[in-house]
Design a protein around this ligand. Structure first.
Ligand SMILES: *[C@@H]1O[C@H](CO)[C@@H](O)[C@H](O)[C@H]1NC(C)=O
Ligand SMILES: *[C@@H]1O[C@H](CO)[C@@H](O)[C@H](O)[C@H]1NC(C)=O
Ligand SMILES: *[C@@H]1O[C@H](CO)[C@@H](O)[C@H](O)[C@H]1NC(C)=O
Ligand SMILES: *[C@@H]1O[C@H](CO)[C@@H](O)[C@H](O)[C@H]1NC(C)=O
Length: 417
């Protein structure tokens, strides 16, 4: 009897709590209620501002418009909940990787998500988004159903999204510089910006690359090689039938993943297994609850053309622009081959942090990268021998394995004003 009463009280409290959280954010919508009833974890259904609010962090939503008309929603956590001192300057920009969004930095919760942890260390934290994900699907004149909207790869992200985001933050905070933390593609697009946009590198105090992307010659993930190859092979057909967008949020892959992985047992077995196949196994690193939540925000979508760039990059030993084929390259670049990005142009002080068990941007390519950058102040190899690519966003061990190094350099390159 007592047990039954307790269960009843517990259900009542959970219900009240959910009601409170939802009404507080003014998001009582029927679809969410239905999904909650079906067992989707609440966090997987929330967006950036809602998620941070749930854990007591106040965030702001900002709109960046790029030179070529893309409208990007980015976020800012003005002050972390556990930051007790003054805010350090300059601001910090945290950039997500391929097929991710700003929300990846929240999925593992306030004790592991880097957006929480960096803002808790008293930095004015800005969290970016790139064209093509669910926070970057608007344009001043193009419609997302237009093919022209999807004619981009990392090249345009580096050339337009990054400069626009940086300029916006500097203007909004009246800062001369900011510090940039870039994960995977969010690192590669930084190098592209430095190569293609003179002067932009000078706006960055320190660049901290978390498994940053450049050339992908040694990518070990068979799954990613096959998937990228398929996109490349089927690109003409996909274009023909009007599919320019790859694995969109709300699309079949994301919906099925979210549906299956909401179940704790399936998340811990099947979904975990898929993560191990995409990257590499690392037991006791990503919590099952994080897997249940992250599929609400992954895959976040990009263009087919961007995936094809990755596919090309797996088969060359340089870091270069999109390959349009001999004739196309002549037209685009006045050269039969795509031009390589100029890594010597990254004059910013650079810190690279990478793991030995990363199958996507593995150690040989990270070494190649640092050997081509002129101003590497530290190339730090994570001590944990199983540290891999997805761990950066989702591991429960971030505060032990990579946070101290990140904070060491953010501290060195910042001040209290
Ligand atoms: C996030 O959710 C809040 C609350 O429902 C809503 O007001 C806001 O527009 C959403 N932001 C984005 C970028 O979708
Ligand atoms: C975008 O295209 C869709 C489908 O063709 C159409 O219904 C919608 O009105 C268009 N939106 C704009 C802003 O042009
Ligand atoms: C194309 O490249 C050739 C040889 O490198 C050069 O002579 C020519 O001026 C270039 N044309 C344009 C339009 O840049
Ligand atoms: C690459 O950038 C460096 C530094 O800005 C510059 O000195 C060099 O000429 C560039 N190389 C090429 C091939 O453009």
């Amino acid at each position: 009897m007592l047990f039954k009463t307790n269960i009843f009280v517990l259900c009542f409290l959970i219900n009240e709590y959910l009601h409170h959280v939802l009404s507080q954010n003014d998001v009582i919508n029927e679809e969410r209620k239905i999904k909650l009833a079906q067992g989707y974890p609440l966090d997987s259904l929330l967006n950036f501002t809602e998620l941070t609010a749930e854990y007591g962090y106040r965030s702001e939503e900002h709109t960046v418009i790029t030179e070529d008309g893309y409208i990007l929603t980015i976020f800012r956590i003005v002050k972390g909940k556990r930051c007790l001192g003054p805010i350090r300057r300059p601001p910090v920009l945290l950039m997500h990787g391929l097929l991710l969004s700003s929300d990846c930095w929240l999925d593992s919760g306030p004790d592991s998500g880097l957006a929480y942890l960096i803002s808790d260390a008293c930095y004015d934290l800005w969290v970016g988004n790139v064209r093509g994900n669910y926070y970057g699907k608007r344009h001043v004149s193009l419609n997302v159903t237009d093919i022209d909207f999807w004619q981009f790869s990392v090249n345009e992200i580096g050339k337009y999204d990054m400069p626009a985001t940086i300029d916006y933050i500097l203007k909004h905070t009246s800062s001369k510089k900011l510090n940039y933390v870039g994960y995977s593609q969010g690192g590669g697009t930084f190098f592209i910006m430095c190569s293609e946009r003179e002067g932009y590198c000078d706006k960055i105090g320190v660049f901290i690359g978390l498994e940053p992307d450049s050339r992908n010659t040694n990518t070990k993930s068979i799954f990613c090689r096959i998937a990228a190859e398929l996109y490349q092979d089927f690109q003409p057909l996909l274009t023909e039938i009007g599919l320019y967008e790859a694995v969109p949020w709300g699309g079949v892959v994301q919906q099925i993943a979210a549906f299956l992985c909401k179940d704790y047992v399936i998340a811990d077995t099947f979904c975990r297994g898929v993560m191990y196949i995409i990257d590499s196994p690392h037991p006791n690193s990503v919590e099952t609850e994080t897997i249940r939540v992250l599929v609400g925000h992954f895959p976040a979508g990009t263009s087919v053309k961007n995936i094809v760039w990755y596919s090309q990059s797996l088969n060359v030993d340089v870091f270069q622009n999109y390959d349009y084929g001999t004739a196309g390259n002549m037209e685009m670049y006045n050269s039969t081959k795509p031009p390589a990005y100029n890594l010597s142009a990254t004059t910013t002080p650079v810190v690279v942090i990478n793991g030995r068990n990363d199958f996507l941007t593995p150690p040989p390519d990270e070494e190649w990268l640092t050997s081509h950058l002129p101003n590497v102040i530290e190339h730090y190899i994570v001590e944990d021998p199983l540290w891999n690519h997805v761990d950066v966003a989702y591991s429960k061990l971030t505060s032990k394995n990579i946070l101290p190094k990140i904070l060491q350099y953010l501290y060195e390159y910042s001040d209290v004003i």
